[in-house]
Design a protein around this ligand. Structure first.
Ligand SMILES: NC(=O)c1ccc[n+]([C@@H]2O[C@H](COP(=O)([O-])OP(=O)(O)OC[C@H]3O[C@@H](n4cnc5c(N)ncnc54)[C@H](O)[C@@H]3O)[C@@H](O)[C@H]2O)c1
Ligand SMILES: N[C@@H](CCC=O)C(=O)O
Length: 525
């Protein structure tokens, strides 16, 4: 029966992006900024616990990274009591939600997709104002969120079917998947809707309940998704929404005995910390906690001598400097064969030199990094890089008038040695390292010389080299003859190797298994 239902949810198409080059579309997006400013700026937003909206007394400010003098909105700092109430409420809601009909879940997600389609420009504008994405980057993420709703609607039905087993003549044996409990979803600021949404939908599509803890820099993009799900019919107790400080919502949430799983996306430092802490069984805890930890990257683009240099240069510039390099998937290393190294470097330099850094609300190609502190950290790499490598572009502060924010110019270093921090460490900003390889095989060795293994791009026209790249590149997401950013839900299951994390592969066919446990039932008649 579920097969028939799943059939009713097909076919699937990725949500198309808005074409902001069209005047009418651009005018609508501008109007959405005005509406969002009128409706949301200056507002105080709530927590959600046990289906109730909870106002807080102790508020923190969210600032516009494009001009940090502007406070855009306020959110509450949850107290330890509210954290514990949220976990308890999620436990209570689990008893009902775990038995919910997968078709009910799928229908809610489909409805949420429809609701979001109608409000995409509003969600884009909110994201721009709190995390500095330009229109296209924000739109890419909101479109990905629509895709997540559509994909998870189908995945919840698919997993509800169970899996066939090898039969026995005298027993009827089934393998079915059941939910596990309360999942804490902890997310970063750089993808404030699609990333927490992917984790939360994984949890609730599987029949679990959620404590959703967004990054403090970007809580409204997350809250709007939660409220959208409520509007679509999700029983309100299924998601608890908590904002606040890491001393209340970090270690203590991870350590909580009633948390069954932590779904985390963020830095390597915090991911490793969670992994370690969650391994300790707390008094009263009745399970081994499961941890999904999706972490950073140091993503290479390999360019072979026979590759299309024009396409490679464009792909490198888009993936290295789009959203100021603040994607875990961003290209941060280029490894090119000796014979094309200089030409490729010049092509990339010329394209990158044209990039204008400016206001994301005006749709500048590159906006600010998330904060002044982040810019300072990035500039430390740039300053020390000048002593270890050859600066080809950047390193100055772009002119953005009187605005205060962490604006960093696209920066390129050439002749970077493999042991250089520019080659090994995630900088999470618009800083690109070029390294020369003797030949294409050496280039693959250099690409693999990293603790991380998230994404990589590989450019060649030679089928033998492409096949070898498929076999040898040690990454979770390998892109041949295209840029290494922009995974699409349902198609490019996303997650890395090595210290990039647990390889959970959000948006992929196995993702829901992370949130399920398997029951075998054998019956004799
Ligand atoms: N692999 C991926 O899919 C992916 C996607 C996006 C971002 N990232 C990575 O995220 C990082 C940038 O994000 P960030 O700066 O927000 O990361 P972060 O690790 O500093 O913070 C992530 C979240 O963890 C919370 N947190 C902080 N201390 C905690 C603790 N002790 N216990 C539990 N939670 C705690 C934060 O409040 C935040 O919500 C980069 O390294 C980037 O590569 C990875
Ligand atoms: N999924 C995004 C990256 C998310 C990390 O920051 C991409 O594929 O570019």
């Amino acid at each position: 029966m579920t097969d028939t239902l799943l059939g009713g949810f097909l076919p699937f198409e990725h949500e198309p992006y808005f074409n902001f080059a069209q005047d009418t579309v651009a005018a609508l997006q501008r109007a959405a900024f005005q509406q969002v400013r009128q409706r949301y700026v200056g507002q105080h937003f709530p927590l959600y616990i046990g289906g109730k909206r909870v106002e807080g007394d102790d508020l923190f400010e969210v600032r516009n990274p494009a001009d940090t003098r502007e406070v855009v909105w306020h959110f509450p700092r949850a107290t330890p009591e509210q954290r514990d109430q949220a976990v308890a409420a999620a436990q209570t809601a689990f008893e009902e939600w775990r038995l919910s009909d997968p078709l009910q879940r799928a229908t809610i997600f489909k409805r949420a997709a429809e609701l979001l389609r109608a409000r995409r420009m509003e969600f884009n504008a909110v994201m721009t104002l709190e995390n500095g994405k330009n229109w296209a980057e924000a739109d890419g993420e909101v479109a990905e969120s629509v895709d997540h709703f559509e994909v998870f609607a189908r995945e919840t039905l698919r997993w509800a079917q169970g899996k066939p087993v090898y039969p026995m003549p005298d027993e009827h044996v089934t393998t079915v998947y059941e939910p596990i409990g309360v999942v804490a979803c902890i997310s970063p600021w750089n993808f404030p809707s699609a990333i927490p949404l992917g984790m939360a939908l994984g949890a609730i599509a599987a029949g679990n309940t959620v404590v959703w803890k967004p990054a403090s820099e970007t809580p409204l993009s997350s809250l709007l998704m939660v409220e959208l799900l409520f509007e679509a019919g999700l029983p309100r107790g299924v998601i608890q929404f908590l904002t606040g400080t890491d001393d209340v919502l970090g270690d203590p949430l991870v350590d909580h005995k009633d948390i069954r799983m932590i779904a985390f996306t963020g830095s390597r430092e915090i991911g490793c910390r969670i992994y370690e802490r969650a391994a300790r069984v707390q008094p009263g805890q009745k399970w081994l906690k499961r941890v999904m930890a999706e972490m950073g990257g140091k993503d290479p683009t390999v360019v072979c001598a026979d590759g299309d240099l024009e396409a490679a240069a464009l792909g490198i510039v888009q993936s290295a400097f789009g959203y100021a390099g603040q994607k875990c998937s961003a290209c941060s290393r280029v490894i090119a064969e000796d014979s094309v190294y200089d030409e490729l470097l010049e092509r990339v330099r010329a394209l990158a030199a044209e990039i204008q850094v400016g206001l994301p609300e005006d749709n500048a190609p590159v906006g600010p990094v998330i904060s002044a502190g982040s810019a300072e950290r990035i500039m430390k790499y740039v300053h020390s890089g000048k002593n270890t490598a050859r600066l080809v572009l950047g390193s100055e502060h772009p002119d953005v008038g009187e605005r205060q924010g962490g604006y960093v110019q696209p920066t390129i270093f050439a002749d970077v040695a493999p042991e250089d921090p520019l080659f090994q460490e995630e900088i999470f900003g618009p800083v690109l390292a070029f390294t020369r390889a003797r030949d294409w095989q050496h280039a693959i060795d250099l690409a693999n010389d990293s603790d991380y293994g998230l994404t990589a791009a590989f450019y060649s026209r030679d089928p033998h080299k492409l096949a070898e790249a498929r076999r040898r590149m040690h990454v979770g997401n390998l892109y041949l003859n295209r840029k290494c950013t922009g995974a699409l839900s349902g198609t490019h299951a996303f997650g890395g190797y090595g210290m990039s994390g647990t390889n959970a592969k959000v948006g992929g066919p196995d993702y829901l298994f992370w949130f399920l446990q398997t029951k075998t039932v054998a019956q004799r008649y």
